[in-house]
Design a binder for this molecule. Structure first.
Ligand SMILES: Cc1ncc(COP(=O)(O)O)c(C=O)c1O
Length: 389
């Protein structure tokens, strides 16, 4: 157990979506929110201090990303992932989702085909369809309780594809893709000149036992057609500060991406987000290691709990993220009934599996980035409600 992460912090009435919008969203104020992807943990003390110090200055005009911002990112990626990046590769943007749309606008035309691998984070669908591009779905396969990429299916669908949206690590299934899997994917894209947008927002949330491989670190050929999206936001719980980065080694791709960023005026940056990122990457490592140990403890608790106490719900053990993908198919409830069951009977607020695509039917996503006490309460409620079914 950890004193830092065990602390229960009341987030209600702090303009916080997870807790303050829960009643409106679930229509029930008794629901325990375990949905949207932020954590119920305080940020590292160094991050809070840096933001508070900057806030104390009392002038919040337009920000500037000084050299220290780029150096902090460079050092972090080299140290944590063995990936050497150049400062000029780094382009700032508000969020990873806006970076995905920026890439779609920069590298494709209306009607072009874009591959996604569902079940996957809902904006992967909407960024494609709302920009009037064509979705090509290459669903993951669930083999012996582990999700895998379906390369055979993918190979048959790549004709005319311009771009592939990769979720690395994968939300919601929690896979940390191996080097071999990524090499295979990379080869298919290199052979056809398909641009890869690798969403690596969860890169630093890889649990003990797995290793994160940045897609663009595989080879110069893969790097040449990859846009990597990263942030300190998930890792250090600063998503509300809307600061993320896109890393692009290839100068031509970078120019096209940055042209759209400028056209949309998305390259300005958030003053507090910049401050938080620097503090997190410079001083947050010990906190992160402790967080990963804590999350790993939550995973062990959860896996054991579902195995022993809940008949009809299983989960594939997450290798990364703080999101668990619950397989509720054995309960044999329609999706509408399943949603109602969790909200009205179990009184826990989860994400509906179907929002991650058709492959999410019979599934729900649970956020375990919370103190163990909250996790125990949520799982206890689920177990109790399942017994009454
Ligand atoms: C895979 C993935 N990408 C992007 C985001 C959100 O990124 P942002 O808030 O920076 O737009 C999330 C949030 O849950 C996510 O899981």
């Amino acid at each position: 157990m950890s004193a830092i992460f065990d602390e229960m912090i009341d987030r209600r009435r702090t303009n916080c979506r997870k807790w303050d919008a829960a009643c409106q969203l679930f229509g029930n104020d008794e629901v325990l929110p375990m949905w949207i992807a932020d954590m119920d943990f305080a940020v590292p003390a160094a991050v809070a201090r840096a933001v508070q110090e900057r806030a104390a200055h009392e002038i919040y005009g337009y920000p500037h990303k000084e050299e220290r911002f780029y150096r902090a990112i460079q050092n972090w990626l080299q140290h944590r992932h063995g990936w050497q990046v150049q400062p000029e590769w780094i382009l700032g943007n508000p969020g990873v989702v806006s970076a995905i749309s920026t890439a779609i606008l920069a590298f494709t035309e209306p009607g072009d085909k874009i591959v996604i691998q569902p079940p996957v984070y809902p904006p992967f669908f909407s960024c494609v369809t709302k920009n009037n591009r064509q979705l090509v779905e290459n669903p993951l396969r669930l083999v012996n309780g582990q999700y895998q990429m379906d390369f055979e299916d993918l190979t048959g669908k790549l004709d005319g594809v311009k771009l592939l949206l990769l979720c690395n690590p994968h939300n919601p299934v929690g896979r940390s893709w191996t080097r071999e899997e990524l090499l295979r994917l990379g080869q298919l894209c290199v052979e056809r000149g398909i641009v890869i947008v690798s969403d690596e927002i969860h890169a630093d949330l890889v649990l003990p036992g797995a290793i994160h491989t940045p897609m663009a670190s595989l080879s110069p050929e893969v790097a040449r057609l990859t846009v990597t999206c990263m942030a300190a936001s998930k890792t250090f719980n600063v998503a509300g500060l809307y600061t993320s980065i896109a890393l692009i080694a290839d100068q031509k791709l970078r120019q096209r991406f940055s042209g759209v960023l400028e056209a949309l005026d998305l390259n300005g940056g958030n003053l507090f987000g910049i401050t938080a990122l620097i503090a997190a990457f410079e001083e947050g490592e010990a906190w992160l290691d402790e967080l990963l140990t804590y999350l790993d403890g939550n995973v062990r608790y959860m896996v054991d709990f579902f195995a022993r106490q809940v008949e009809g719900i299983t989960l594939s053990r997450p290798e990364a993220t703080y999101l668990a993908w619950l397989d509720c198919r054995e309960l044999q409830l329609s999706q509408a009934r399943l949603k109602k069951f969790f909200i009205q009977e179990a009184k826990v607020g989860l994400n509906d599996g179907m929002t991650f695509g058709r492959a999410g039917e019979g599934f729900m996503r649970l956020n375990y980035g919370c103190p163990r006490t909250i996790l125990e309460e949520g799982l206890g409620r689920i177990a109790q409600a399942v017994r009454l079914l």
